[in-house]
Design a protein around this ligand. Structure first.
Ligand code: SDX
Length: 374
């Protein structure tokens, strides 16, 4: 009898040239480049170009790529209206999901599956999702939107649209690092969702909309905001161990820890942890780092389960001033590069994704005869 692999754990379903997640060497490569080197040495726009085109851009290619993205940062009015029409009680990921759908509905080549059209749609989504995230955080605070600026690099423009100012270089760099680390991670749940939708030859915006829905879940992208809720619940480093004992006793999962692929620690954590420490020093918040370390030490001692990228990124986004519900939308604004790269790769050598299941319901039986029927 064929073995069942629940959750597709450990199952290799296809090849990809976009990234390599290697739990044995505890490494992550984007098109062959170690992600920690990319995070320290590159702009997020360079990494986006790399993931889509397979090579890092030269100076002219980068300038053209930046110009193409910056010229599309302003959200079309119908998208702004759609975002503002949504209740502020819905989750910000619902706003991102809706905005992707409306952007797609207005795209003149929405159903054009050509690589050139899909790249154009991808560039537009990368350019416009930050405005969706910024407008949504501001409207929930009762603030008017701030127009995008085309004279600022990608990361700085997000701060400008969200807060009306650009923070110190160390804050911008920490944010840029988080975007690079979040950009891509092979066949994670949201990316695989995008590939499943693309495999039916549906359109790119439908694939990204599905991916947004998958990323929202707390077992996946939603964990970064859940980490801050955990910190708020614990309060201080001295309470971390006792809090964890209660969670373990209740068999509740601790957000920001564990990973389906990495079993000796998420390869991205050391880099993001270093930049979290820079932010802690910049904002003089040693108390937050003490809590971070206390919970990690307690979790490791009790379970051996190590942090994933969401663990350092949650407090980092908190220190940057983003509201907690904005954290996963920021993850989506970066991961849209990986999702769309995988959609284009899936289409380049497509096979409909349709796994099997083993039936364990009732045996065959007949519907009881009705009066007048045989
Ligand atoms: C992301 O796939 C990707 O690449 C995702 C991602 C990306 O970049 O796209 O890396 C981003 O989603 C990171 C993960 C963020 N999610 C969380 O932080 C939520 C908390 N983590 C867990 O839910 C869990 O670790 C998963 C879902 C991430 C992974 O789960 P697995 O591999 O399916 O492992 P499991 O749930 O089967 O756990 C094995 C054991 C279980 O104990 P038993 O039931 O066998 O006794 O370990 C325990 C689990 O209960 N466990 C945890 C735990 N993670 C695993 N116990 C407490 N807290 C946790 N966080």
């Amino acid at each position: 009898m064929t073995e069942i692999h629940k959750g597709l754990a450990g199952v290799v379903v296809d090849t990809t040239a976009i990234s390599s997640v290697d739990p044995d060497s505890n490494s992550l490569l984007y098109r062959g480049y170690p992600v920690d080197q990319l995070a320290e040495r590159c702009l997020f726009e360079e990494v986006a170009y790399l993931l889509w085109h397979g090579e890092l851009p030269n100076a002219d290619e980068l300038a053209a790529f930046q110009g193409r993205g910056r010229s599309q940062r302003t959200l079309p009015e119908p998208v702004v209206e759609a975002v503002l029409a949504l209740p502020t009680t819905c989750h910000p990921m619902d706003v991102v999901r809706t905005a992707v759908s409306v952007i797609g509905a207005h795209h003149p080549r929405a159903d054009d599956p050509s690589p050139e059209a899909n790249l154009a749609k991808s560039v537009q989504l990368l350019a416009q999702l930050p405005a969706v995230v910024a407008i949504d955080q501001r409207r929930r605070r009762g603030q008017e939107p701030i127009p995008a600026r085309d004279d600022l690099p990608f990361a700085q423009n997000i701060f400008w649209m969200t807060f009306g100012e650009v923070p110190d270089a160390v804050v911008v760099k920490a944010f840029e690092v988080s975007l690079i680390l979040y950009a891509e991670h092979s066949f994670n749940a949201s990316t695989f969702t995008a590939r499943v939708i693309a495999s039916t030859l549906s359109d790119l915006h439908s694939a990204v909309t599905g991916a947004v829905g998958a990323l929202k879940g707390p077992l996946h992208g939603g964990a970064n905001e859940a980490v801050m809720a955990t910190f708020a619940e614990i309060g201080s480093a001295s309470r971390a161990a006792s809090w964890l004992d209660e969670e373990m006793a209740a068999k509740r999962k601790v957000m920001g820890f564990g990973h389906r692929v990495y079993k000796h620690g998420d390869s991205r954590v050391p880099t993001m942890r270093r930049w979290l420490e820079q932010l802690v020093a910049h904002y003089d918040r040693q108390d937050l780092l003490n809590l971070y370390v206390a919970l990690e030490d307690a979790m490791t001692a009790r379970t051996g389960i190590l942090p994933n990228l969401d663990y350092p990124t949650g407090p980092a986004y908190h220190l940057m001033g983003f509201d907690t519900p904005t954290f996963t939308p920021l993850f989506a604004a970066a991961r849209v590069v990986g999702w769309t790269a995988h959609v284009m790769e899936q289409l380049a050598s497509n096979s409909l994704i349709r796994p099997l299941s083993r039936y364990d319901g009732p045996a065959r039986r007949d519907v009881p005869a009705r009066d007048g029927t045989a």
